[in-house]
Design a protein around this ligand. Structure first.
Ligand SMILES: Cc1cc2nc3c(=O)[nH]c(=O)nc-3n(C[C@H](O)[C@H](O)[C@H](O)COP(=O)(O)OP(=O)(O)OC[C@H]3O[C@@H](n4cnc5c(N)ncnc54)[C@H](O)[C@@H]3O)c2cc1C
Length: 398
């Protein structure tokens, strides 16, 4: 018997469920994980149309940070990081949680002031301050970095990384152990609503599953399903890509970001550098299959510019995914009371949905199963767009 079983359920598709979750990415699995953690005993089905994590869950940089330019997101991140940290103990899967830090290079005085203001007013009170480093300190701490013309640097020592594949596996395994059925290669085609209430979902091929609750967590494809009941949320895809080099000596613990330009590099514990230029990939597409050559060239330049050994490094692989961007770069969680009863959303993570998924899943689980709107969930309700209560978030990397 393997220590960790394959979390995918291969039995017959049930005819009914108490809750159907659409999408087997980090966010759909986070919701399943949250329901399992709550001890929810009803029948929960997760439908993923491809393999688990086939959307963006395995196409990201797998980093976590406390530091956002809004009180709401910084507070949410603090809780989310605590949840990430506890996942290995709860699930039995090592997600390689590691506090390697984030290092921001800032080039303009006005942005250095913003970092200092948020540090004083938000991050330090949350217990996760950033520390300003002189450029001489940076040189002695990270001798392999080449940063010209930077004004200053800020390090967030409590930020870090995990392994995205193992986070997906951990959440799915935990959900499976608690009886949740996670099914792959099954596409949800539409939501069925009668008399203002969710009554089921129809799968591609025609099978209908009776249910009174459906969670749409289909990433950038969420509106394709919501539209089947005449609803849309304000999300749009923004293609982002990443490359991985061959492994080298481990010299760079933090993720290093050029703040104003958005380029970043880091190193995995295995020694591979990861890098992404913020230039050359942006486009509103859900099609990840093409790797833009322009982006690859720009990212090679970033490696050369930021690392003394940059021009000697060999690229091993690269891929694209997509941020799922909302107007305030913050996720959409919960439901609008004007929607059909039983319809919930969990999407729009705008580039930070891996690290937030286990916590938002926990909050949504409480909302669905117990009707509790946690104070941490409230700012993210979909109603904020029509009520003009947007979260002022602008610290999006890449
Ligand atoms: C280059 C890059 C770097 C990133 N770096 C980070 C980072 O360092 N830290 C971080 O926290 N986040 C990061 N992100 C963001 C993170 O990857 C996403 O926020 C997260 O993966 C979103 O998860 P999701 O479940 O909402 O969407 P997805 O992972 O895209 O999952 C949606 C799933 O729904 C499925 N689906 C769609 N339609 C249907 C249907 N009709 N029926 C059934 N299934 C369906 C899809 O197949 C897909 O698997 C990064 C993203 C990119 C692209």
């Amino acid at each position: 018997m393997p220590l960790i079983e394959n979390p995918v359920y291969n039995g017959p598709v049930p005819d009914r469920a108490d809750i159907v979750i659409v999408g087997g990415g980090s966010v759909g699995l986070g919701t399943a994980y949250g329901l399992a953690k709550l001890g929810y005993s009803g029948e929960v089905l997760v439908f993923e149309r491809s393999y688990l994590g086939s959307g963006n869950a395995t196409r990201n940089a797998a980093r976590f940070r406390y530091h956002f330019f809004s009180k709401e997101n910084s507070k949410f991140a603090k809780e989310a990081i605590r949840r990430l940290d506890e996942i290995p103990k709860l699930s039995g899967v090592n997600i390689i949680f590691n506090k390697g830090g984030y290092l921001w290079f800032v080039f303009k005085e006005k942005y250095a002031k913003v970092f200092k203001k948020f540090n004083k007013e938000v991050w330090a009170p949350l217990g996760a301050p950033v520390r300003e480093l002189s450029l001489d300190e940076v040189k002695s701490l990270y001798p392999y970095l080449r940063i010209e013309n930077a004004l200053t640097a800020f390090v967030g020592e409590n930020d870090g990384s995990f392994h995205h594949d193992y986070l997906v596996l951990a959440m799915a395994s935990f959900a499976k152990k608690h009886g949740i059925k996670i099914m792959t290669r099954i596409e949800v085609e539409r939501i069925i609503v009668e008399g203002g209430k969710v009554k089921g979902v129809r799968l591609k091929g025609g099978k209908v599953i009776k249910t009174n609750n459906v969670v749409i967590s289909a990433g950038v494809w969420s509106n394709d399903i919501l539209k089947t009941v005449g609803i849309e949320v304000p999300i749009k895809p923004d293609r982002k890509c990443l490359l991985v080099t061959e492994p080298y000596r481990f010299v760079l613990e933090p993720l290093v970001i050029l703040f104003e330009e958005g380029h970043y590099i880091g190193q995995t514990l295995k020694g591979e550098f990861i890098a992404s230029s913020a230039k050359g990939a942006d486009t509103e597409t859900k099609d990840y299959s093409k790797l833009p050559f322009k982006w690859l060239l720009e990212t090679a330049k970033v490696l050369k510019r930021m690392l003394k050994i940059g021009s000697a490094i060999r690229i091993l692989r690269a891929w694209c995914g997509s941020y799922n961007v909302t107007p305030d770069h913050s996720h959409i969680l919960g439901r609008d009371p004007e929607w059909p009863e039983g319809l919930y959303i969990n999407t729009g993570y705008s580039g930070h949905g891996m690290m937030l998924a286990p916590y938002s899943g926990e909050l949504l689980a409480k909302f669905i199963a117990k009707g509790v709107v946690d104070p941490d969930l409230k700012p993210y309700l979909p109603t904020r767009f029509k009520e003009g209560r947007l979260i002022k978030e602008s610290l999006v990397i890449g």
